[in-house]
Design a protein around this ligand. Structure first.
Ligand code: AMP
Length: 256
């Protein structure tokens, strides 16, 4: 079975097979983009907003590398709990699989525990949090004590047909959550993530669940754009999908 690369312009990694073995491409187009930030010395807090499949996870990973701060994905934390069969994972399962949001109370508990960890001292990048105005208000409360913060908020505004196209080809590493794009008709079975993990289709990566996730996004998460107002910098992908490095460069510009 052949696995071919999809044009990696979704901001996703691509997977391909050469003549002898399955090979996962390590160099994303994004990897050529490198930046240094201003506001050195301040605790850097970056919020990436955007609908499901807008590329938050992919860009957050690269931004985290650039600024040497951790990427905090509440979705990844929940998936790990789910896989481990923990109480928390069991509580979150039904919400996640139906495309709904996990209750704020549970999310805030996870989030507070995570940012209390040592590696968050110099800052962090948030991917998938906050997702409700209530979460944003609680985040404000947590951050307001700290006068030493540089807060940046970027919204990835990607057209809906592009979100559906990305979802159709998306596979995720079961171990490290890295996202890959695999062209329709090719089999990801023999492909492995760079970390050696198996590539799987996420249970919530179907058109039906995406529709439900987008409805929830419109109702519960989109109001964050108004909540944060002029603090938000928009990066749009309209009409047709854009190369990952191009979009990443535009995001990074907003973070300087
Ligand atoms: P993600 O990987 O960010 O797309 O998140 C996957 C799923 O985890 C979401 O569809 C929600 O069910 C749940 N989730 C992740 N982050 C949050 C959050 N901040 N608030 C509520 N639910 C969340």
């Amino acid at each position: 079975m052949r696995i071919l690369p999809i044009s990696a312009n979704f901001g996703l990694n691509s997977v391909r097979k050469n003549n002898t073995q399955t090979r996962v491409m390590s160099a994303m187009p994004c990897d050529s983009v490198s930046f240094t930030g201003k506001n050195e010395g301040l605790r850097k807090v970056i919020i990436l907003l955007g609908a499901p499949n807008s590329g938050k996870g992919t860009y957050a990973r690269k931004i985290a590398q650039n600024f040497q701060i951790p990427q905090i994905s509440t979705g990844d934390i929940l998936r790990k709990e789910l896989k481990a069969g923990s109480e928390l994972g069991k509580l979150a399962k039904a919400y996640m699989e139906s495309g709904g949001l996990v209750p704020d109370e549970l999310i805030m508990k996870i989030f507070k525990n995570r940012i209390a960890e040592k590696d968050c001292a110099k800052g962090f990048i948030l991917d998938g949090f906050p997702r409700t105005v209530n979460q944003a208000k609680q985040l404000d409360e947590l951050l307001k004590e700290d006068k030493n913060i540089s807060l940046k908020i970027v919204n990835l505004d990607v057209d809906r047909p592009i979100l559906y196209a990305r979802s159709a080809s998306r596979y995720t590493c079961e171990d490290c959550s890295r996202v890959y794009s695999i062209k329709e008709g090719y089999n990801p079975e023999t492909a492995k993530c760079e970390c050696g993990g198996k590539l799987i289709k996420r249970a919530d990566d179907t058109p039906e669940v995406l529709t439900s996730r987008l409805e929830n996004y419109d109702k519960q998460t989109l109001p964050l754009i108004d909540y944060y107002g002029s603090k938000v910098s928009n990066v749009g992908v309209h009409g047709k999908d854009a190369p990952a490095d191009e979009t990443l460069a535009r995001v990074m510009e907003k973070l300087q």
